[in-house]
Structures are given as structure tokens and as C-alpha cells.
Design a protein around this ligand. Sequence first.
Ligand SMILES: *Cc1c(COP(=O)(O)O)cnc(C)c1O
Length: 381
Amino acid sequence: MSVWHLECSSCGARQPGDALASICPECGQPWLVRYDSPWPARDAINDRWDMWRYAAVMPLRDGERPVSLGEGTTPIFDLPGLAREIGVAQLWVKDEGLNPTASFKARGMSAAVTRAAALGVAGLVVPTAGNAGAALSAYAAAAGVPVRVFAPASTPAPILATIRSLGAHLELVEGHIGDAGKLARAFAAEHGYFDVSTLREPYRIEGKKTMGIEIAEQLGWELPTHIVYPTGGGTGLIGMWKVFREMRDGGWLSRDVAFPHMVSAQAEGCAPIVRAFQAHADRATPWENPQTHASGLRVPSALGDRLILRALYESEGDAGSASEAAIRTGTARLSRSSGVDAGPEGGCALAVLDALVREGRVPATARVLVFNTGSGASYRF
Ligand SMILES: *Cc1c(COP(=O)(O)O)cnc(C)c1O
């Protein structure tokens, strides 16, 4: 849509949508994009076969071309055998591993780099557990913008190799993504680069919200009863929860389509959102010594913690964590029952679903969509 502004997710402060923005200067919380143009009818979906088919409801100016590499329009597979085994009425997997650079980070970075390039940044910087760095490297290369990536030295080697091969300058960091974040911010301040860290930049959410539109379109404008989302920084969960309301208010979803219960899946070795949810808290405290082989989930402290928790509470959702062994079992089970090359984050989502069903927290009547957020290939070396 051509006209929008930014609204602080916490204090309601406003900022025009035509300047570079990180977080709200009043309260330090993330911005959300709010559209001033009227929400168009559903036939405004265009003929592109990537996520920009929804450009009419995304931050794109009239006549502007997005920085795109074919992100989105990922398949949803119905898994009746696995649904029976787990004990739910229907089970779908949405395979986000098929995106450019093999994870759903492509969606957010396509939107973020489109805006940053339009505003003429000197360069882009990101701290990453791996996939955000690979995705940014690809979109920055497509836009011809220099990029610097700060990643833990423990990041899976194939992801580091992808970042290097796309021409990004890679800095390895001892520690986790939080440590990489401090270095990235210092670098950005010194060199005038723009920091596209999770939720320090408002447009990645808008890219990731296209997953919510896609699910609705692919399911014939119906929605699952539950969505299980492997949660790190929470961008996709926040984006989908935002767009479900936008679609209902804009008439894309009928009023009698119930919103899904949003379910956060995390690893036992790094579960700040699960801990906060169990305590009914509105903020999460940082996780000490985060450990998990599902590197996309090794996020000890999410800037969007309030927004994630708000989506879980508002949707009457749930949150659960899985052990490293359960994640491995879940990954193999998801792959072998579907043919999808699942990553451990998707395996974590399946493991958490399995546990919640056994505990009676997800009913046998549920029609559940599980996200596989990245490709298993990124972990094999
Ligand atoms: C980044 C990432 C996640 C977490 O996504 P958020 O939207 O930040 O919560 C999950 N899985 C994979 C593969 C990732 O790269």
C-alpha cells in the first residue's frame, strides 16, 4: 500500500513511514506499520508468484519494484497419517525451507531491504543465529548494498558458507546472538550502516505477515484452529497475528472464521517465552546460558517479547518446550512422514505439538498447522 505510518507497539507514538526507523525513541519498543490507504478488496492480489502478490497490503509505494528473489508461496502439505498418530483431526506442515537461502528469513529481509534500499542506506548490518544473515546477504546482493553480518562462531557451517559466498563481510562472534547484537549496533553507529536486527526495524514483520495471508489463501480463506510456531525473535508470530486482524477488518476473512490459537515452540535449553507464558507475565526475562542445536531458536532475549506474549494471550494460545532429544526425534518424524527436509526448528514444533496433545492442551478435534521454518540441509556438514 502506498501510504502508511509507524506506530509504537507500546506507547502509541507515531512516526511517518518515509524515514529510516529503528525502535521508538520514547520507550524503546518496536514500531508497527499502520496503513492509511484503505485496505483493498481481495481481488487486489496480483499475478506474481512470490509473496509480493500481496503488495497491495504491504509497504510498497506506487510504481516501486520490490527487492525480490522469489520468496514465499511455499507449499502446505496435509499429513493425515501423522495427524492420526499424534491424535488431531488434521495436521498440515508449511515448508518454509523452500525459500531463497533456505529459510523464512527471506520474507522479512525482502521487505526490509526493499525499504532500506529505497531510502538510500550506506550499508546494512545484522546480528544473526545464521539464517537472517544468509537472507540479508542475498537481498543486499540483489539490491547492490554492502552488508556486514555478525554471527556466533557456533553457527552451522553451511549457513556461514552461504553468507560468505553471497559477498557479505562476515564477523564471527564468541557467544550468542545477543552478543552479536551489541557488536552489530556498535558497528552501525560507527559506520553509518542501518541495523536490520529483529524488530529493530519495522518492515521484517510486514514481510513475515505474508505467511498468514498465504495460509488463508491456500486453505480457501479458512484458518487452522492452531498454528505451532518455532519461536526465536517472534517476527512471524507477531506478523501473522497482526495480519489476521487486518484481513478480517479489511473483509478478506469472513467474520465467522475464528482466529487460530497461536502456539510458541521453544527448546528446553532456551525457552524465555515459555517461561514467561507459564508465569502469565507480559515480559520475558533473558535466558541464562542458552543452549540448543536448533540454532534459529537460540534467542535468549527477544525485543518483541511483549508482542509475542500478547499474541499468545489474545489468541488463547499456548507455549511449550522440547528437549534436544525430542527435537531430534521430532525432526526425523516430520521428515520421514512428509518428505519435507525438516530443520530442527520444525522438529521442535512437531515435538511440542505432540506433548501438548498428550497433555490434553490441544484437543483431538484440532486442525493444526506446524511450521517448518528452515531446511534440514543447512545443518548437514
Ligand atoms: C529465525 C528462525 C526461527 C525463529 O523465527 P522468529 O520469527 O525470529 O521467531 C525459527 N526457525 C528458523 C529456521 C529460523 O531461522
